[in-house]
Design a protein around this ligand. Structure first.
Ligand SMILES: [Zn+2]
Ligand SMILES: [Zn+2]
Length: 386
């Protein structure tokens, strides 16, 4: 059984929704059209809606007719990325510079599919809580929903989420307990020197030379300071300075990201960045300001809920399709914040696309839609009764 027959019967509707969302991508906290469509669909299936939680976020509530039971949350993200799509698909992005390059259009659609199925097959006990989250891509959508009392207003005993994976084949679902995705910080480092004529460097304090030296020195944190048995990444992804051939600028900025799995390694990387920056500032006679912000927590799958996903996934794709020996990813995911409040688990679901997420040629294969919707729907049916 690759998916629930009832869900397979409305696959065409899911494909249509997904392609429409794909053609009209909205980036974080701007998901106005998307959340309107979600609300309209949920309402048409008789599901109670609560809007404006975390700006464009919304929650759907569906009580089963089987009597009181547990409350199971299902979460999907809705935001696109600031990427110019280069596919030639008929449903490609119609918005310049914006693209559903992470497949969140598919996640939103799969959760809608689960919601429709459960609304039409309402015999379960307890309550399904459908969480449509904005702004997953580094803008703090999960945090803002939690700050706006998501789980106080709509308590969940457990919560589940999923991400599509072009790295897995169709019919494969991967999940394992414990740390599964890295925590992430973003940083900005501002070097303030003294501007001067490009021909007279001795009259200034060149922030570009300092930036080059500092960027190299920062690479020694992972290679020389971090325990080699622990995962750590420090990537400088932006360098900004200067605007003329013959002017040494006043300022240079380095920016980038840190990824780690343990709080100790995270603290070590941050401390060493500040120490190296302070030493570099002193040795070159410039000012260096370091701003490091935590963006994503480590995503930790809870044991019992991971087992629940494994069991339900096996129903859908067969035991041979369920992979439990995956390695943690250095990528990050803000569902981690929800898993710090409510026990739950996060799975990757394979599909026929082959281009990685966040690539301008990325394609989500629609064959995933009934599979993911079935996984989510069956989690409600089995876990509300657990
Ligand atoms: Zn992404
Ligand atoms: Zn994503």
């Amino acid at each position: 059984m690759p998916a629930l027959p009832e869900i397979l019967s409305f696959t065409d509707e899911l494909v249509a929704i997904r392609r429409d969302l794909h053609a009209h991508p909205e980036i974080g906290f701007e998901e106005v059209r998307t959340s309107d469509i979600v609300a309209e669909k949920l309402a048409s299936w008789g599901i109670e809606i609560h809007r404006g939680i975390g700006k464009t976020g919304l929650v759907g509530i569906l009580h089963g007719t089987g009597g009181p039971g547990r409350r199971i949350g299902l979460r999907a993200d809705m935001d696109a990325l600031p990427i110019q799509e280069i596919t030639n698909l008929p449903w490609r992005s119609t918005v310049a510079g914006k693209m559903h390059a992470c497949g969140h259009d598919g996640h939103t659609t799969m959760l809608l599919g689960a919601a429709r199925y459960l609304a039409e097959n309402r015999g379960f006990k307890g309550t399904a809580v459908f969480v449509f989250q904005p702004a997953e891509e580094g803008l703090g959508g999960a945090r803002s929903m939690i700050a706006e009392k998501l789980f106080e207003r709509f308590p969940c005993d457990e919560i589940y989420g999923l991400h599509n994976s072009p790295d897995l084949d169709p019919g494969q679902i991967s999940i394992f307990p414990g740390p599964a995705m890295a925590g992430a910080d973003f940083f900005d480092i501002k070097i303030t020197g003294r501007g001067s004529h490009g021909a007279m460097p001795h009259m200034g304090r060149d922030p570009i030379v300092v930036a080059m030296s500092l960027a190299n020195a920062l690479q020694t944190i992972v290679s020389r300071n971090a325990d080699p048995r622990e995962a750590a990444v420090l990537s400088i992804t932006q360098i900004h300075a200067g605007s003329a051939y013959n002017v040494i600028p006043e300022e240079a900025v380095l920016a980038g990201t840190i990824r780690t799995f343990s709080p100790e390694i995270g603290a070590l990387v941050r401390d060493r960045m500040r120490e190296i920056a302070a030493g570099t500032a002193a040795s070159f006679g410039v000012t260096i300001d370091v701003d490091i912000r935590n963006i994503f927590n480590v995503l930790v799958n809870h044991e019992a809920q991971t087992d629940a996903v494994v069991a339900v996934a096996a129903e859908i794709v067969g035991t041979e399709g369920v992979l439990t020996d995956g390695k943690p990813l250095m990528g990050s995911e803000d569902f981690a914040d929800m898993l710090r409040v409510v026990p739950g688990a996060y799975a990757w679901v394979g599909h026929a696309g082959t281009v990685p997420v966040h690539n301008p040629a990325y394609v989500l294969d629609d064959g995933i839609l009934p599979v993911g919707a079935s996984l989510l729907a069956r989690l409600v049916e089995t876990r509300t009764a657990a």
